[in-house]
Design a protein around this ligand. Structure first.
Ligand code: PHE
Length: 391
């Protein structure tokens, strides 16, 4: 029998899951093992090696056949080499080389095959589970002011309101005079106004520039630019020169204005009650109007909602305490007149409400000043996930 002996020079060709460099070079020598017993032994060895399925079984086969006192080394045929004639020695030696080489080649090829199989098995087991939730990427958060503003816009949108805007740098006319607060009127002292250098307004009618002290000038801008009926809300930033535990120089308000033919205070009360209940997520919200004064509304009222002041928590909608939440009233005829609207034909209401206050109450934020401190930990804690919900 002629056995082809594959002598591995560098790498055997193996069945790897990826291509490897063609470094597989083999030198073929041909030698016929002369001894029948050795032929059978090599055939048996090749069968044992082929049957091995684990690295350990293969290692056992290697030791059994090629080990120091393995089946090849210990075979009586090879023992005879010592005493053989020189010609015979050559043949026995060649037989030994051929037998060893063939078994080694079989072992090496099988070793690589087993390792490849084991690797494949591990790779199959270690596939990425794409159903696992991804590690979230760091993301910013929605500031509570923005969140609450958006909530209010959504609620009033349901009642048919559109959003109106006005400048934060206003002129005295829109911020005060047109709202029935003439110069030297004591009501001006209610607002600690930031006056800016310079004048603003139509040419020839400029008045001092101010940072708007409330969102009410948007009422004026809306009524000057639009014919009634009008139904708007105007959320925005406002400024007063005031800073203590419960006041910041910058804060936010939401203004509401409805002008129509037969709008009355009952509509105002019903709207505010429904809107505030919706905002706080309550079925029913106790609410009362308290007589008050604003130069631009007549009659005017302060809006209180029912609450319970616990030792360390304030519960909205329960108990028999009251919490002031907004100012409102029927738009003063002078204001309508200032905007070219006939008060004998049209009437309506307006309201104004602090947004920080609503945010603090709804989301249990204890300190007003933290809203504007820009502390990332605060923003992470009180902020909202960009796609909805609290973080
Ligand atoms: N502008 C008033 C304030 O800032 C609130 C208000 C608005 C009152 C509209 C009545 C009507 O206090």
């Amino acid at each position: 029998m002629t056995i082809a002996v594959l002598k591995r020079d560098k790498h055997c060709e193996i069945n790897l899951p990826w291509p490897i460099n063609a470094l597989n070079t083999f030198t073929m020598t041909e030698h016929t093992i002369t001894n029948a017993e050795i032929q059978a032994l090599v055939a048996q060895g090749a069968a044992d090696i082929a049957a091995a399925t684990t690295s350990q079984a293969l290692q056992d086969a290697r030791v059994a056949y090629l080990g120091k006192s393995g089946k090849i080394a210990a075979h009586p045929y090879f023992q005879t080499i010592k005493d053989a004639a020189p010609e015979q020695k050559k043949i026995i030696g060649a037989d030994r080389t051929a037998a060893t080489a063939q078994l080694t080649a079989a072992l090496d090829a099988k070793k690589i095959a087993i390792e490849a199989a084991e690797l494949n098995e591990r790779l199959a087991k270690e596939t990425i589970d794409i159903t696992l939730p991804a590690t979230p990427a760091p993301q910013g958060s929605i500031h509570p002011i923005t969140q609450v503003t958006n909530e209010l816009i959504a609620i009033f949108a349901e009642f048919g309101f559109t959003v109106a805007e006005g400048p934060e740098i206003e002129d005295d006319f829109h911020n005060f005079s047109a709202l029935n607060i003439p110069e030297s009127h004591p009501a001006r002292q209610m607002h600690d106004t930031f006056y800016l250098r310079g004048m603003l307004g139509e040419p020839g009618q400029e008045t001092p520039a101010v940072l708007r002290t409330h969102t009410s000038p948007v009422q004026i801008r809306t009524m000057l630019a639009n014919k009634p009926p009008i139904r708007i809300i105007a959320p925005g930033t406002t400024y007063r020169s005031d800073s203590d535990m419960t006041h910041t120089p910058m804060f936010h308000q939401i203004e509401g204005l409805v002008i129509d033919k037969s709008i009355n205070m009952g509509h105002l009360k019903g709207l505010l009650n429904d809107a505030l209940a919706a905002f706080f997520g309550l079925e029913k919200l106790p609410m009362r109007f308290r007589a008050s004064f604003f130069p631009f509304t007549e009659p005017s009222a302060e809006v209180d909602i029912g609450c319970k002041r616990g030792r360390d928590a304030l519960v909205i909608g329960e108990g028999d305490d009251w919490l002031e939440i907004a100012g409102c009233g029927m738009v003063h005829p002078n204001v309508l007149r200032n905007c070219g609207i006939d008060p004998d034909e049209w009437q309506g209401f307006a309201f104004g409400c602090g947004i920080e206050r609503l945010a603090m109450l709804k989301y249990n934020i204890p300190d007003l000043r933290t809203f504007f401190a820009g502390d990332k930990r605060w923003l992470t804690h009180y902020g909202f996930a960009p796609l909805g919900g609290q973080q």
